[in-house]
Design a binder for this molecule. Structure first.
Ligand code: KG4
Ligand code: ZN
Length: 343
C-alpha cells in the first residue's frame, strides 16, 4: 500500500552495516555491508575494526538500499535504529547516522531494541505476529527465550544463556575441529556426513527447571574429548564430532523452547538469529512443534542474521501503534534490557 509510511532501518550492533527499507510490512530493500572478512583472521569480531567499517560503509549502504528500493531519501517517513544491545562503538555509529538522517529529513526517529527487531522481522515474510508468541533468539551474541505479547511494546525475558551464546559455542567448537570462522555453517555442513549419536556430549541445564541455557560446559567437553583422542594418537572423525555437538545444542534449544510454550500456553514459536539457519535446528524444531501442536515460524536465513530490514520492520510497528518517537539525544546502550523495546 503506497500510503503506508516508508521506514528506513539502520543496524550496526555488531559487524554488519544493515540498511533496510520497509513500507508498512512490505520489504523494499535489505542491503548489508559486512566487515566479517576483516575479523576472520582474528577468530572473532574486533570492536574497533567493526566501528571503523560501519563509518565507512554507512553512506554507500544507505545509497545502495535506496537504489534497490527505487525510492529517494526524501521519501523516507521515519528512521529506526538499533539503540542496543550490542558493541558500544558500533552502535554509536548507527545511532549518530540515524539522528542525522531524521534531523535532516525532519522525520521521527525510533531507537529500538535489537532483540525485539529479530522478532519483528518475521512479519516481512509470514505476516502479522500471533499475539502472544514465544521467540527463541540464537546468534553469535545472544541466546534468549522471550514471551512476546506485543512486539511494539511488550517483550518479556523467560530465559537466556548464563555463559556462551549458542553461535559462540558453534564458533569455538569449529575452531577446535580446525574449521574456519564463523564456524556455524561449517559445522552444519560437516554434521550432514556424521552421526548425532556418535558421542554423547552433555546437555547443559537440560533438567534444571529453568528456561536458561549454558553452552560453556559443552564446548569444554568437546575440546577435552578431542584433546584426549589426539593425545592417544587417534584420528578424529570431524563429521561425527560436529553432528554430536550440534545435536546437544539443538536438543537443549528445542526442548527449552517447547517447555516455554507449554508453561505459558502459547501455540506459536518463532526462531530467529544466525543459528536459526542451522538445518538440524530447523528440522528438530519442526518435528517437536508438530508433536506438541505448536506452529513454527522461522524467517529465511537472510532475515535471521543481523540486518536493517528487521529494524525497519519494528519501526513500522511503532509508527502503526502511535508510539511517541525517540528524542534526538538518545544514547547507544550496549546493555539495553530486552524489556525496553524502544527508547
Ligand atoms: O545473527 P548473527 O548473524 O550475528 C550475531 O551474532 O548477532 O549470527 C551469527 C552466528 C555465528 O555464531 C554463526 O556461526 C552462527 O550464527 N551460524 C550458524 C549457522 N549459520 C550461522 N550456526 C549454526 N548453524 C548454521 N547453519
Ligand atoms: Zn542479532
Amino acid at each position: 500500500m503506497a500510503d503506508e509510511p516508508l521506514v528506513l532501518g539502520i543496524e550496526t550492533s555488531c559487524d554488519e552495516t544493515g540498511i533496510g527499507l520497509v513500507r508498512g510490512h512490505t520489504l523494499l530493500a535489505n542491503t548489508i555491508a559486512s566487515s566479517m572478512d576483516e575479523h576472520a583472521r582474528f577468530g572473532g569480531v574486533v570492536p574497533e575494526v567493526a566501528s571503523r567499517a560501519h563509518l565507512e560503509a554507512m553512506t554507500p549502504t544507505v545509497e545502495a538500499a535506496l537504489a534497490a528500493a527505487g525510492v529517494r531519501l526524501s521519501d523516507v517517513d521515519a528512521v529506526a535504529v538499533t539503540a542496543g544491545p550490542g558493541l558500544a562503538g558500533a552502535l554509536l555509529v548507527g545511532v549518530a547516522a540515524a539522528k542525522s538522517y531524521a534531523l535532516g529529513l525532519g522525520v521521527p526517529l525510533y531507537g529500538v531494541n535489537h532483540l525485539a527487531a529479530h522478532v519483528a522481522v518475521d512479519q516481512l515474510e509470514h505476516g502479522p505476529l500471533p499475539k502472544p508468541c514465544v521467540a527463541l533468539l540464537v546468534s553469535g551474541g545472544h541466546s534468549s527465550l522471550l514471551l512476546v505479547p506485543d512486539v511494539a511494546q511488550d517483550v518479556i525475558s523467560l530465559g537466556s544463556t548464563v555463559d556462551d551464546a549458542a553461535g559462540e559455542a558453534f564458533d569455538k567448537v569449529a575452531r577446535v575441529l580446525g574449521l574456519p570462522f564463523p564456524g556455524g555453517p561449517h559445522i552444519d555442513r560437516a554434521a550432514r556426513e556424521g552421526s548425532g549419536t556418535a558421542v554423547t556430549f552433555p546437555r547443559g541445564k537440560i533438567d534444571d527447571g529453568t528456561l536458561d541455557f549454558s553452552f560453556s560446559g559443552l564446548k569444554t567437553a568437546v575440546a577435552r574429548w578431542v584433546e584426549a583422542r589426539q593425545a592417544a594418537g587417534e584420528t578424529i572423525h570431524v563429521p561425527d564430532v560436529a553432528a554430536s555437538f550440534q545435536e546437544a545444542v539443538v536438543d537443549v534449544l528445542t526442548r527449552k523452547a517447547l517447555a516455554a510454550c507449554k508453561k505459558y500456553d502459547v501455540h506459536d514459536l518463532l526462531i530467529g538469529g544466525g543459528v536459526a539457519a542451522n538445518s538440524r535446528l530447523r528440522a528438530l524444531a519442526q518435528e517437536r512443534c508438530d508433536a506438541a501442536g505448536v506452529r513454527l515460524r522461522v524467517p529465511r536465513p537472510g532475515l535471521c542474521t543481523d540486518n536493517g530490514a528487521m529494524v525497519a520492520a519494528l519501526g513500522s510497528n511503532l509508527v502503526a501503534a502511535g508510539i511517541t518517537p525517540s528524542m534526538l539525544d538518545i544514547p547507544a546502550d550496549s546493555s539495553l534490557p530486552i524489556t525496553t523495546v524502544h527508547v
